[in-house]
Design a protein around this ligand. Structure first.
Ligand code: CP
Ligand code: NVA
Length: 313
């Protein structure tokens, strides 16, 4: 009887169960500490990386991870592909599946990465869509585990755009592993209702809590982690003036907001940072900021994800 291999995708935190999240964090930390050698895991494997938007961390960490694991990565700009001239996503997926072993894509519309996954016979990783940024948040959970030695029972406050991809994936990631999460966002930018419902499903299992408020001081109170992201995500540039007017006066992470958190709280940001908008220089450059370790850990988590999806181990 033929064995049918079911391919795995990573489009959202919902594609991965709690046990797998914990295993990926453990694996990523072992890779970082040199306890596991992954340098030959992906010998001869090739990744196609499709980018419809700019990227520094996601692109470079995935490309370096592939190279350091013995594989190779192809950077494919959306407009350099025939996709940019109207070839369908489905046809592109069918063709790339004949050439490469895995696809990572950064797109505007989440529906487009779902389409890519549907017609690919190989694993597809979401490198950010308008709705989710799962690989960022898996890496952030690794960073939190590294800093605090635990996940369950911690409190994270997200201050900023509650309707953003990063906030959505944090809502799912935190509630899955048992981190309490408070989101402070203006009433005009609430988290997506379906994402919130999914997070409420998760807390029935993990026992953590979710709070959504428009008051950043309430959200930050007693937090172990203060997290923010840009007020103007890629694709929302035409709303820049309105967003800046609503967000900056109340939601910029300043020393004052940090002072509401635990005295040993850390500051996290997925980056790129817009200094003077979502965060002040003194916070991002201050003693509580762990943003550079957070960025480094993208590389270690990408290796863990690639080994999980691709390596014959
Ligand atoms: N945090 C993150 O995904 O950064 P890039 O946009 O540089 O990839
Ligand atoms: N929310 C941001 C994340 C960037 C990594 C954006 O989508 O632009």
């Amino acid at each position: 009887m033929a064995i049918v291999m079911v391919k795995r995708d990573l489009l959202t935190i919902d594609d991965i169960n709690l046990e797998e999240v914990i295993q990926l964090i453990d694996l990523g930390l072992k890779i970082k500490r040199g306890i596991i050698d992954v340098s030959k895991d992906l010998n001869g494997k090739i990744m196609a990386m499709i980018f419809q938007k700019p990227s520094t961390r996601t692109r470079v960490s995935f490309e370096v991870a592939m190279i350091e694991m013995g594989g190779h990565a192809l950077y494919l700009g959306w407009d350099q592909l025939q996709l940019g001239r109207g070839e369908t996503i489905a046809d592109t997926a069918r063709v790339l599946s004949r050439y490469v072993d895995i696809i990572m894509a950064r797109v505007y519309r989440h529906a487009d990465i779902a389409e890519l996954s549907k017609y690919s016979s190989i694993p597809v990783i979401n490198g950010l869509s308008d709705l989710y940024h799962p690989v960022q948040i898996l890496s952030d959970l690794l960073t939190i585990q590294e800093v605090f030695g635990k996940l369950k029972g911690l409190k994270l406050a997200f201050i900023g755009d509650g309707s953003s991809n990063v906030c959505h994936s944090l809502l799912l990631g935190c509630t899955k592993v048992g981190i309490d999460i408070s989101v402070a966002t203006p009433k005009e930018f609430p988290p997506n209702r379906n994402v919130l419902n999914k997070a409420y499903d998760y807390i029935r299992v993990s026992g953590s809590y979710i709070k959504v408020t428009d008051d950043p001081h309430i959200a930050a109170k007693d937090a172990d982690i203060i997290y923010t992201d840009t007020f103007v995500s890629m694709g929302f540039e035409e709303e820049r003036e309105k967003r800046i007017r609503i967000f900056i006066p109340r939601y910029q992470v300043t020393k004052n907001i940090m002072s509401k958190a635990n005295s040993r709280a850390v500051f996290m940001h997925c980056l790129p940072a817009h200094r003077g908008e979502e965060v002040s220089d003194e916070v991002i450059d201050g003693d509580q900021s762990i943003v550079w370790d957070q960025a480094e850990n993208r590389l270690h988590m990408q290796k863990a994800i690639l080994r999980w999806l691709l390596a014959d181990v």
